[in-house]
Design a protein. Structure first.
Lengths: 220, 817
């Protein structure tokens, strides 16, 4: 991304959430975005994933420009190549673990969704609970379903927004281990937002966002 | 912390509108029902020529008329007696009726210059020195008749007399004269069989006041006649119409209450995070209760002002419709009762449905709200919400319906359905989910969405089903009622009764009618008999609890005999008369049997002149009195009464072109009396048609409430729907996929709602028609089609409108949660 700015309208006038961010993420790199609450790190993740449009600048995802694209077009660029893990899991309540993992596969038109979803669930250790309603799973298990769902589509890039934010320290570590293990196995590029130092240390590179500006970068 | 400074609850407006509609419905229905009832009573009053009549066989003491005048009622006096006049030296028995200048107090007389001439409506009877004649006596028109000692000129034919007789068939030809002339005839002397009538008309409450005043003062020989006991056919029609009003009002109110319940739940769900936050900040529960009590009070005050005004104004379109149609204004009602009742019902509904939800939210620990978890206590709180809601419904019932069994039963059905529907929807969705499919998208996904409690889909579907059920019930029962009326009163129904036919003339008259292609009914014999004993006990000594029973038991019965069960009669107990069996058998109409407490197997004794006979009741029979066919309270087997003195009657359809033959008919059969019932039938039709117009009007309220239910349905679960769309978008779902899933969610909801609304509407309509309207409910495939199509279509359209916004839903929202 080059000189990306994101501005929103507020009752007090325009507010720059991100200002002149220029950043390049390499293939199979694990990039960690750090910053205080309200610094703009989640907005940056959303813009990189094409979940929102930028106000100015240039941004490319997987070699395709996201600038001036409609939501539908950005969605098509993401399809089958991008996975997400969210802080609050965002699972479909009332559906089983397996069904949750099948969902992105079926949306992409896969015919072997059930097999692939089961395979993915087994990788996160939830094969025995494939038919359990996600409402009945613990927080750690729900996040594992979320990770299985993200990796089921074999994404080229995984976007993770505070994946351990809703979990206790022990469970959070297990989830981080799982996510990095799968990412290493699949060679997936990872863009991770966190404010936890321990988790941030696991990335190849860390960037710090403060008040919408990119402050510094640390290479491991 | 000043919590009153919080922004006003955004969802209040839906709750406010729902409450406004409830109050408007109650106010309008109270006002309109009173006015329509008054109109119906007046129309029916025309058949009494008054609102209330006191009948006696001795002159009245002045007190009655004086008291009536004192409280502002109109009074009229009529005196009737049977006497003979001489026509060409032959004595002809006539029913002489002397009327004062006020008669009739309700309705109009009709007179004509000759038998087929134009009828003119007039408000007064004959002037002094004149008489008006029954059509049977048309040959005397223009002559001076000697009545008793007085000569009176026959100036007009009497074509219609509103209060002609309590029963249709026992009439000698009528002569109407002026009351001032009666003393001159010298016919009324001590011992004469004379019937004195005092007629009263005026404001309904004054009539009630007079009735209450009269009751303790009436002597043995005096009795009151009002609309309820005047004519069986009219009573049945009025009862059905009133029942239908009660049903429609209660159903419309159900929809309005559903709207309040759904909007209240939605409001509470919107408020939950705010309340949790305030509680986390240390605001006490009591302070929150006070704050929300004040919010509800504000809604109630505003809704009452708007609702009462809306209810008041909503009378006018109906008034204009009816004015245009009948050229007569709806009677005005000046009382604050409808307004008070509406305000109270509004308060009970609003507080009863919304306060429990708010109490539930306020009582929930903040952490449970933040983390979307529920503890076992929440089940108890949910039961409390349901309990208070049910109690509110019953309270409304008490305020509004008082003793209407139909209304109570209807509400009981609605409550039962309200409890059953969520269970059925839950089971249905689980059943569909349990069918294993290899794919999750889209059917299983859709069903999971509906099942999620946070969306409230099952609650909304149940509410929408109830609203649709109520609308369907109003339509179905109305159509059933109108259909049954139209079936009973088709255009080709006989419009004349031919009565007083001597046994030897029956075939001659039938032949006369057949020759002129006049369609006529079977001829029925009539034997005038008095009931003397029931099971050996003299009727005079039996204590009846129903005052109507005394009159019924003592009046002269027209017994008939028949081999076949007459049309529109049905045996409800026992076996129809076995014509081959010579033993005595009686068939008794079920209303009479109930009033006189006659059971199957009881023995009834009768006197006909000096002849006495008795017979057991071998069957109880229902009769459709409104069909205007010859109907009888008691039918005997032929062998029992065929040798007793009797006349015959038959009904005929005499078309306008055939009326010129009537002169010839009456000349050839001078003892025959013709009774034209066209006017009576027109009045009966009028009652039903007026009632149906008024009901169309309630329908508008029902639809307005249903629309609020729909809006609330769309609002409920909106946030969840948007979040899911946002998640799907993040997972690269196409716009078309988002669009389809949202529209299909509503279509599926609509289809399930349509299906179960139709099912419950059919069952309820069957029950209500059968038990309250005596109508045989016909299963209607059209009802199912309407229900499925309307619910499916309306919710699909709602889904399309909602889904238009999915294009704009940013997947960023999912990161912001």
């Amino acid at each position: 991304m080059r000189e990306v700015t994101k501005t929103v309208d507020t009752p007090d006038g325009s507010l720059d959430i991100l200002q002149n961010i220029s950043l390049n993420v390499e293939y199979q790199e694990a990039l960690v975005i750090k910053g205080a609450s309200g610094s703009g790190k989640t907005t940056l993740l959303g813009l990189m994933a094409g979940l929102d449009n930028i106000t100015s600048g240039e941004i490319e995802l997987l070699g395709q420009s996201l600038s001036d694209k409609t939501e539908e077009q950005r969605s098509a660029i993401r399809a089958g190549k991008v996975g997400f893990v969210f802080q609050s899991f965002q699972l479909v309540q009332g559906a089983t673990a397996l069904q949750n993992v099948m969902l992105p596969l079926e949306l992409g038109g896969a015919n072997d969704a059930a097999e692939r979803a089961l395979d993915s669930l087994q990788q996160v250790g939830l094969g025995p609970k494939k038919n359990t309603l996600v409402d009945l799973l613990s927080g750690g298990e729900q996040q594992r379903v979320s990770i299985a769902r993200a990796f089921a589509v074999k994404p080229e890039i995984l976007f993770a927004d505070e994946p351990t934010g809703n979990l206790d320290a022990g469970t959070g570590r297990q989830i981080a281990d799982l996510m990095f293990r799968l990412r290493d196995q699949a060679g997936t590029t990872l863009i991770l937002v966190t404010h936890e130092a321990e988790l941030a240390q696991r990335g190849d590179r860390q960037i710090l966002i403060e008040s919408g500006c990119l402050q510094n970068q640390e290479q491991r | 912390m000043k919590i009153s400074g919080l922004p006003v609850i955004q969802s209040y407006w839906l709750m406010l509108i729902a409450t406004v509609i409830t109050i408007a419905i109650v106010n309008a229905s109270q006002l309109i029902t009173q006015r329509i009832s008054l109109l119906l009573d007046r129309q029916a009053s025309e058949l009494l020529a008054a609102d209330l009549v006191v009948i006696s066989n001795h002159p009245f003491i002045d007190d009655y008329a004086r008291e009536a005048s004192r409280i502002g009622l109109q009074v009229s006096t009529t005196i009737s007696l049977t006497t003979a006049i001489f026509i060409d030296d032959d004595a002809q028995l006539v029913e002489l009726k002397a009327v004062d200048r006020s008669y009739p107090l309700r309705g109009q007389l009709e007179r004509a210059a000759d038998l087929v001439g134009h009828r003119t409506k007039v408000n007064q009877g004959p002037a002094a020195g004149e008489v008006w004649l029954d059509s049977k006596l048309f040959s005397l028109l223009g002559d001076t008749l000697t009545i008793g000692s007085l000569g009176l000129r026959a100036s007009w034919l009497l074509s219609y007399e509103p209060d002609r007789g309590g029963t249709l068939f026992n009439l000698a030809p009528r002569i109407l004269m002026n009351l001032e002339d009666l003393p001159g005839t010298e016919l009324v002397v001590a011992g004469s069989r004379v019937e004195y009538r005092l007629l009263f008309a005026g404001e309904q409450d004054r009539i009630v006041e007079l009735t209450d005043w009269l009751k303790p003062r009436l002597t043995e020989a005096e009795r009151i006649q009002n609309l309820e006991n005047a004519r069986p056919e009219m009573r049945q029609a009025l009862e059905r119409t009133r029942k239908f009003f009660a049903l429609s009002i209660v159903l419309t109110l159900v929809i309005a209450m559903v709207a309040i319940a759904i909007t209240a739940r939605y409001t509470a769900s919107q408020e939950a995070p705010k309340i949790a936050m305030l509680r986390a900040f240390g605001i006490s529960q009591s302070r929150l209760y006070r704050f929300y009590a004040w919010q509800l009070a504000r809604i109630w005050i505003i809704a009452t002002l708007i609702g009462l005004a809306a209810g008041w104004f909503s009378q006018f379109p109906l008034q204009w419709t009816l004015d245009g149609w009948f050229g007569k204004s709806l009677p005005q009602v000046f009382t604050i009762r409808p307004f008070l009742i509406a305000a109270v019902v509004g308060f009970i509904s609003l507080v009863g449905f919304s306060l429990p939800y708010l109490v539930n939210v306020i009582a929930t620990p903040p952490m449970q709200v933040f983390r979307h978890i529920s503890d076992p206590q929440s089940v108890r709180r949910k039961l409390m919400v349901s309990g208070v809601a049910i109690a509110s419904v019953f309270l409304v019932l008490v305020v509004l319906m008082q003793n209407s069994i139909l209304a109570i039963v209807t509400l009981a059905i609605v409550l039962l359905v309200a409890l059953l529907l969520p269970l059925i929807f839950h089971l249905m969705i689980n059943l569909l989910l349990s069918t294993t499919l290899s794919r999750f998208w889209m059917r299983q996904y859709l069903l999971s969405r509906l099942k999620t409690s946070a969306r409230g889909a099952i609650f909304v579907m149940s509410g929408f089903s109830l609203a649709l059920l109520a609308i369907l019930l109003i339509v179905v029962v109305k159509n059933e009622l109108l259909d049954s009326w139209q079936t009973q009163l088709p255009d080709d129904i006989p419009n004349y009764f031919l009565i007083n036919i001597p046994t030897g003339k029956v075939n001659g008259i039938k032949q006369f009618l057949d020759d002129r292609e006049v369609s006529s009914s079977v001829a029925y014999p009539l034997v005038r008999a008095r009931m003397t004993h029931i099971n050996g006990q003299a009727v005079d000594t039996i204590e009846f609890s129903d005052p109507r029973a005394h009159h019924l038991a003592r009046h002269t019965f027209n017994l008939s005999y028949a081999e076949d069960l007459p049309d529109d009669n049905a045996v409800v107990e026992g076996e129809w008369i076995d014509s081959a069996n010579t033993r005595a058998q009686l068939s008794v109409e079920q209303g009479l049997a109930k009033t006189l407490r006659i059971d199957l197997g009881d023995t009834l004794s009768f006197s006909v002149g000096s002849e006495l006979f008795e017979a057991p009741v071998t069957n109880i029979r229902s009769v459709l009195w409104e069909n205007f066919k010859p109907n009888f309270f008691i039918i005997a087997n032929r062998q029992l009464i065929e040798d007793l003195p009797q006349t015959w009657l038959l009904s005929a359809l005499i078309k306008d072109a055939q009326k010129s033959d009537l002169k010839q008919l009456l000349s050839r059969f001078p003892s025959l009396t013709l009774l034209d019932i066209t006017e009576l039938m027109a009045r009966m039709r009028g009652i039903v048609e007026r009632a149906s117009i008024a009901l169309e009007f309630f329908f508008i309220f029902a639809l307005a409430s249903a629309f609020i239910v729909l809006l609330a349905a769309i609002q409920t679960g909106k946030r969840e729907r948007q979040m899911e769309s946002s998640l799907l978008r993040a997972m690269s779902a196409k716009t078309s996929q988002l669009y389809r899933i949202n529209v299909l969610e509503f279509t599926l909801m609509g289809s399930l709602v349509g299906l179960f609304s139709a099912m419950f509407a059919s069952l309820s309509a069957w029950f209500i028609s059968d038990y309250f309207f005596d109508i045989n409910y016909q299963f209607s495939p059209a009802l199912w089609a309407y229900s499925l199509l309307s619910a499916g279509l309306i919710l699909t359209i709602a889904g399309i409108l909602v889904s238009r916004k999915v294009y704009n839903i940013s997947p960023m929202r999912i990161l912001r949660t």
